[in-house]
Design a protein around this ligand. Structure first.
Ligand code: OSB
Ligand code: MG
Length: 372
């Protein structure tokens, strides 16, 4: 497979509701969509970087430059035996996994279409025909608003609730959620808002029998998480600090977590996501698929990823309508009354790109060809 052209496209879409984490509040997303073209077929990917370098070091404007100046030139015009070749060809770019991963995922989608396979099959998934879904609910202006949102998502069928926490929006709020919803599968995501100095406070979480506490400590830390996990009953789940299979193996060796969140972009694409998955599976660490407020293409890639066997816990992949008035794919991603997303059998990522709508929200494009 020879990639003849790569088209970068930036879209801008307002979120239906703002999304607030311990690091920022987002009202609208600027997302880079990747199209890779070969022999009349297109494969599609999405770069999952945020608008600001606050979740990790990547952001839309920088990801555009990395994709254009470093990732694309390393694969354009090369004869690729398989989509697995993209990862080693771009690996010596330090960091910028989301920019690398968006292009890598597009090549997997292209390969799936060439072979007439659904993407989940192409990556070796297919362990389930429906993926279990949870929702991630941001920090709200009031606890009453949070309780109301949780009620709505539970009524829709979602299997677990993740609430964002930070100092000042933690124990008291979780206590009120637990009083109103004593039985639900509940977890909290701190996005690196605490340090080991907060250990006594974090230990108080144990009384709420949470499924897990996600990335309580620094974004680039594994060691302190191991120190914390030894003192908590609540399982620690790692997100930000796991950027590779190597990190996953180190976290497991140090007993830094009981659960891992895998994000396709954060680890640089499907090849590395599968290696993280396999390492966790071998160690008996369950994983789930995280989200980055993706538009439909990234969302569909996450659904394919979550069909690998060790994705046994409900992930953060939920219906398009929770984020967008209209998505860039048709049909939009929907959930069943059981809180699952049914996988699709069409070749590639399984949905159609809504080209007219995507064009209407596009703010810039650039078409790249092999250098002479
Ligand atoms: O930490 O999982 C996270 C969104 C943006 C950045 C980081 C995170 C999140 C989410 C939302 O929790 C997941 C989603 O609904 O896409
Ligand atoms: Mg997280």
């Amino acid at each position: 497979m020879k990639i003849e052209r790569i088209v970068l496209r930036q879209i801008r879409m307002p979120l239906v509701h703002f999304f607030e984490t311990s690091f920022s509040r987002t009202y609208a997303r600027d997302i880079i969509i990747i199209e890779v073209v070969s022999e009349g077929l297109s494969g599609w990917g999405e770069i999952t970087a945020g608008e600001n370098p606050f979740y990790n070091e990547e952001w839309t404007a920088a990801a555009w430059l990395i994709a254009k100046d470093y990732v694309a030139p390393r694969i354009l015009g090369k004869e690729l035996a398989t989509a697995s070749d993209v990862d080693p060809l771009t690996r010596h770019i330090r960091g910028h996994n989301m920019a690398r991963g968006g292009v890598e995922a597009a090549v997997w989608d292209l390969q799936a279409r060439r072979n007439g396979n659904p993407l989940w099959k192409e990556i070796g998934g297919g362990a389930r025909t429906e993926i279990p879904c949870g929702v991630s609910i941001g920090i709200q202006d009031t606890v009453e608003q949070l309780l109301e949102k949780i009620g709505i998502e539970l009524a829709a069928g979602y299997q677990r609730i993740k609430m964002k926490i930070k100092p000042g929006w933690d124990l008291d709020v979780i206590r009120q959620v637990r009083e109103r919803f004593p039985q639900i599968r509940l977890m909290a995501d701190a996005n690196s808002a605490y340090t080991l100095n907060d250990t006594a406070r974090l230990k108080q979480l144990d009384e709420f029998y949470l499924m897990m506490i996600e990335q309580p400590l620094a974004h680039d830390d594994i060691i302190d998480h191991a120190v914390l996990q030894a003192q908590l009953q609540t399982p620690v789940c790692l997100d930000e600090c796991i950027r590779s299979e190597h990190h996953a193996a180190q976290a497991i060796r140090l007993k830094a977590c009981g659960i891992m969140n895998i994000k396709l972009g954060r680890v640089g694409g499907f090849a590395e996501a599968k290696r993280v998955h396999d390492t966790c599976a071998a160690a008996g660490i369950p994983v789930w698929c995280g989200g980055m407020l993706e538009a439909g293409i990234g969302r569909a890639h996450n659904i394919a990823l979550a069909t690998l066997p060790n994705f046994t816990l409900p992930g953060d992949v939920s219906a398009s309508s929770r984020y967008w008035k209209r998505d860039i794919i048709v049909p939009p991603v929907e959930i069943t009354p059981n809180g699952t997303i049914a996988i699709r059998n069409e070749p590639g990522f399984g949905y159609d790109v809504d080209h007219d709508f995507m064009d209407s929200v596009t703010v810039r494009t650039e078409s790249l060809s092999p250098q002479a």
